[in-house]
Design a protein around this ligand. Sequence first.
Ligand SMILES: Cc1ncc(COP(=O)(O)O)c(C=O)c1O
Length: 478
Amino acid sequence: MKRKHFIQYLGATAVGTALIPQSLAGHSDSSKPPKGKKPSVYIVPQGAEISNAPHNEKYWGAVASNFIRPQGFINLENGYFSHQPQGTLRYHIDAETAINTQTSHFMRTAQTQAIEAARTAFADFQGLIPEEVAFTRNTTESLNIIIMGTQWQAGDEAIIGDQDYGSMVEAFQQAVARWNIRLSVAEVPVHPKSDAEIIRAYTSLITPRTKMLHLTHMINLTGQLIPVVAITREAKKINPNIFVVVDAAHSLAHTPMDMSELRNAGIDAIGGSLHKWLCNPIGAGFLFVKQRNIREIWPLMGDISADRTDIRKFEHQGTRPIQSLQTIAKAIEFHRLLGSASKYNRLTYLKLLWIGNKQALENFGKGLGILNDPIYQANMNAVTDLMNMDSFKLQSPLLPFNRGGAIATASVSGYTPTELANTLMNKFGIFTVGIDHPVIRGVRVTPHLSSSVSDCIALNKAFTAICVDLIPHLEPIK
Ligand SMILES: Cc1ncc(COP(=O)(O)O)c(C=O)c1O
């Protein structure tokens, strides 16, 4: 590949060489992240001559080169958190170094300005207004603020889904024990035939006492995207007072949908993690709460200094790593260089490739006008259609494509989830995660921007070998 096809993207706020306290160096704005020893550079091909089509490994291989790959195994478990591209990592280290150098002086004079700059950057990124965005440590904290901060009365009802994330289910169960509320659980179809089927699963549970509806935008167990906008609209037709809260842990910066679309559809609160698909350093989450609802929700940590209507009342966390917030604008830069739609297409393509389903690959290629590209064809020919194998069962919806993104879960008959994950790791050097849940049992596979076409072909071949050769189960990892 010709070097001139690359722009080594240099973030506007991360140039320079010296690591010195900015206040001592005469900088008036020490809330800005510091100047590092190395610039925080992203390597992203630019220009009309290089295509960002999802199968173009010249482009996506360059994108993947921003990440340091783990040694000794292929990582296809990127659902827990995402590692950061090196430009983000360096920026974060520089920010931490600067705070460490500036000491409490930073915390006492510049931290507020840094948080506000991050708030503005994130709100702008998602089409929200800053006054409706709070920063938390993660989705768990964001949604606990809503669930625990709601003024419940005994007999109030909440609706959750049968595949919601465990921590949220526990939070609602604690609310049951604490306030004697009632919980209804929607059975979300794993292979829905239509949106209407999913909408009905929730709306059929609504009663005049329903106070809250909790929706997981992208289900972590299967990667299924549920139609939160349509569910909200239908739910509010039945009972306009229902408070709709969305778990956006896996949809933020993964699907092309901005959080503003959820807000505009009437969703009242959203929680998400920035260390997943935005590739921000660990420990940053967001909470959106519609302005008119802020007053009635109690903060998790006692706060009387902020006005009751001020979103900042939810941020009373004590001393915290401001460098993770300072890095948000940098992480957004990387995302924007790729573009939401092309990132989503790439992630979807990697999923389709390891599953190998010809019909899905053909529809996908046709839709993007790349089906007849020789490389697209060659990749398609390199994989086996696992769905033709009797022992293979996909636990995620495949079509239409807007029902998912990168994540998919599959099982092989005769294997427990742990046995299958261990076989993939010990025999083939591919790291996934076993999911053993009352509704979903299998291994979850999550490629990310650091993954390659050959990683996914290797997984397809591993599954093929397991299904064809019936490779014996391996002992659990000690
Ligand atoms: C759907 C869903 N919600 C919430 C969470 C919790 O995210 P965090 O650990 O960042 O709070 C996860 C984590 O994987 C998740 O998958």
